[in-house]
Design a protein around this ligand. Structure first.
Ligand code: B12
Ligand code: SF4
Ligand code: SF4
Length: 303
């Protein structure tokens, strides 16, 4: 990667602004953010970008909340460079982005009752390929600038395990996004951000020090209507697998359903993806949290 003199100057003047602009530019212009077989349809809207302090105690808390195997930013970066945690800089930052799903894709999924729409499914398959390219781009950019950087989800050590509740990984992108102040969890498990729940997310750990974004959420669930006392059960009704109830999200039921419809989707015309990753996301569309933080409206009404 060749970085121009002007880009280096922009980086030195304001690294945080530079990183945010680069992520947005890569999304705006990246060929992988388009579906050439659907008139260059754009997969992702403009990303939201935030930063977490690598020393935030929440990362150690995840060892209890998620699993002891969940990596802290220090562990994730050290492992990527095959070094001990002590051998890498003491202070780190985590860059976290949200890739919002555009209106047309969301609308197409709203009318579905069993299998995700073709566009939604392409978001899961082709969209994640773009997300991978974005992770690689950010890592390359930072290493070219002389910093250590790694995208834990792209590392060979990234893994998904299972416990009695279902699947969990050693680098949960949603928990990283929560730490960066992007939003909160919900009854359906999805992360409700300022652009809603219909999105995918990604992250990179770096030795570049960036200003931590403020954490505005009052609690880990405060953007979900159900948890702020509103009788919202829209996601419960939307889930064809009955995987969501007032007790929360049953990951095992959800995973089984997603696997089954992956197969069904490959039988439908135009779903050109691996059958295990056709997606579903019916609980993320035709719901009040689809493209906004629904509790914001409430706050306005009660003012
Ligand atoms: C394994 C996996 C699955 C599994 C399990 C999902 C799950 N809930 O973990 C299955 C196959 C079911 C699945 C399904 C889907 N997935 Co998936 N999946 C993953 C993967 C690879 C790992 C998730 C992980 O590590 N979870 C860790 C466990 C522990 O999380 P959890 O059980 O939800 O955690 C709860 C507790 O920790 C709780 N909690 C309890 N106490 C406390 C206290 C505090 C302080 C906090 C913060 C939290 C907390 O909060 C959480 C929510 O309830 C990630 C990619 C990644 N690397 O992150 C994508 C990911 C989670 N999937 C994603 C998506 C989009 C989907 C689907 C919509 C399918 C699709 N693409 O159409 C469905 C939606 C399911 C749902 N309702 O959430 C997105 C989610 C984005 C979003 N909008 O929220 C991710 C992040 C991929 C990405 N790169 O964007 N997925
Ligand atoms: S549909 Fe309602 S209850 Fe379900 S996650 Fe969204 S706001 Fe929460
Ligand atoms: S992704 Fe599909 S199966 Fe899983 S909880 Fe949402 S609607 Fe239900």
């Amino acid at each position: 990667m060749i970085i121009s003199k002007q880009a280096k100057e922009r980086f030195q003047t304001n690294p945080a602004q530079f990183i945010e602009e680069e992520i947005k530019e890569f999304t705006r212009t990246g060929p992988l953010n388009r579906l050439p077989f659907i008139n260059d349809y754009i997969i992702w809207d403009e990303p939201l970008v935030k930063f977490a302090d690598g020393d935030d105690p929440i990362f150690s808390e995840y060892k209890t909340i998620i699993a002891s195997t969940h990596l802290t930013p220090h562990e994730a970066l050290a492992k990527a460079y095959s070094k001990s945690s002590k051998a890498i800089p003491a202070h780190l930052s985590v860059i976290s982005w949200i890739l919002p799903i555009p209106d047309e894709t969301r609308k197409s999924n709203r009318s579905e009752m069993l299998v995700p729409s073709r566009l939604w499914s392409h978001t899961r398959w082709h969209g994640e390929k773009f997300n991978e390219a974005l992770r690689e781009h950010v890592v390359e950019l930072l290493t070219e600038m002389g910093y250590l950087a790694a995208a834990p989800m792209m590392q060979s050590y990234f893994k998904i395990d299972h416990n009695e509740r279902g699947a969990y990984s050693n680098w949960s992108e949603r928990h990283i996004a929560y730490a960066a102040g992007h939003g909160t969890f919900s009854l359906s498990d999805g992360l409700i951000t300022e652009c809603g729940i219909a999105h995918r997310c990604g992250s990179v750990v770096t030795s570049l020090i960036l200003p931590a974004s403020p954490m505005t959420a009052k609690s880990p669930y405060s953007n979900c209507l159900f948890y702020v006392g509103v009788n919202c059960e829209a996601c419960i009704k939307r889930c064809p697998a009955r995987a969501i109830s007032e007790k929360g999200h049953d990951k095992k039921k959800c995973q089984q359903y997603v696997r089954d419809i992956g197969y069904l989707a490959t039988l439908k015309e135009g779903y050109d993806n691996d059958r295990s990753v056709a997606g579903c996301g019916l609980c993320q569309t035709k719901v009040p949290c689809e493209f906004q933080n629904p509790t914001k409206k409430m706050k306005k009404k009660t003012k």
